[in-house]
Design a protein around this ligand. Structure first.
Ligand code: AFP
Length: 323
């Protein structure tokens, strides 16, 4: 397994701040992703596929056997490259791999895992930081400190969306020679689009600003947006984000009044910060409704955050209601 990095990407990765270590780390993650995609593709043929592991992660979510297995695969891959610390959505605490190494990696090893049994696209999200003084300080920081962020999607195609802060690229795994190949060199999210994604079963729990925006969407051409707004909700962040990268639109997982959802559902470190970096680099916006996600400072490892991202003008309209 290998990646044919674009020349721009390869050049960026050879900058001194990357010390060659980021490209090795991405390649190791890609190799892990290839293994994970094989497991996902075997579906129910894989023993324990989709079965509950009988454990809960630090957020109290039930872990599936595949959540645990994918976390082991990612950990094993990171042990082979210059990574000091690994923070996983599936683990309570940071894992120290080799303190002498220059990088720290955060990951949601299997995002959307509650969709495993349904044969819907799921994925692996990751963020790469330069190591700081301590393990904690390596992750408790702002998203703008990321050297690189990406996600793999295990769907009809196994793909990698990635940024090092100079645009967002899409690679697709070519099964004929097991190489991730460049498919889109410059992903671009249109500023205006007519699609929104939200879990509407939570309508009664939203605040007035979110209700106002979604009502505008529902009014379509008859409302202030002046055009029909289509709706999609996959329930796998990677799949919803991938769609928005391909054709625009907006994703909302706002805070609501359910217990435990006061700060939304998604985790800042493992989900929102890396996806926000990718989205901004493709010309979109990513906020918590008020502030740019990448400027939010992480206070605790598993901190949640309201997450609204996508086409610039759609995000702007939600922020207008949030004033
Ligand atoms: P799982 O990894 O537990 O399936 O959660 C997926 C996720 O974090 C994210 O990928 C989805 O956008 C979001 O949760 C869906 O949440 P709802 O089930 O509340 O709609």
């Amino acid at each position: 397994m290998s990646i044919e990095f674009s020349s721009k990407f390869a050049k960026n990765l050879s900058l001194p701040k990357h010390q060659q270590s980021v490209s090795a780390t991405i390649t190791a993650l890609a190799s892990a992703a290839e293994q994970i995609s094989q497991l996902c593709a075997r579906g129910p043929l894989e023993s324990a596929f989709g079965a509950l592991a009988g454990t809960a992660n630090s957020d109290g979510d039930q872990q599936k056997a595949l959540d645990v297995r994918t976390d082991e695969i990612i950990t094993a891959a990171l042990k082979t490259v210059p990574v000091a610390y690994y923070a996983s959505e599936e683990q309570d605490d940071i894992i120290t791999l080799d303190e002498s190494q220059p990088l720290a990696v955060a990951s949601d090893p299997l995002d959307g895992s509650s969709n495993i049994d349904t044969n819907v696209s799921i994925g692996t999200i990751f963020a790469v930081f330069p190591k700081a003084e301590t393990a904690e300080a390596s992750f408790l920081r702002v998203g703008t400190d990321q050297l690189c962020a990406g996600f793999f999607v295990y769907g009809p195609q196994t793909s990698l969306v990635i940024t090092t802060g100079d645009g967002t690229e899409l690679y697709v795994l070519d099964r004929t020679d097991n190489v991730f190949k460049l498919a889109i060199a410059e992903m671009h999210i249109p500023e205006d689009a007519h699609e929104f994604a939200i879990n509407a079963s939570n309508t009664r729990h939203w605040d007035a600003s979110i209700r106002a925006y979604i009502e505008e969407c529902q009014h379509g051409e008859a409302g202030p947006l002046g055009a029909k707004q289509n709706m999609r909700w996959i329930g796998s962040l990677v799949a919803d984000a991938n769609r928005i990268l391909m054709r625009g639109g907006i994703f909302l997982y706002p805070e609501d009044d359910r217990n435990g959802y006061e700060h939304g559902r998604l985790r800042l470190l493992y989900e929102a910060a890396p996806v926000a970096f990718i989205i901004e680099q493709a010309g979109g916006s990513a906020t918590d409704g008020h502030t740019r996600i990448l400027e939010k400072s992480l206070k605790t490892l598993h901190q949640r955050i309201p997450f609204i991202f996508g086409s610039k003008n759609q995000v702007k309209r939600v922020m207008y209601h949030k004033r």
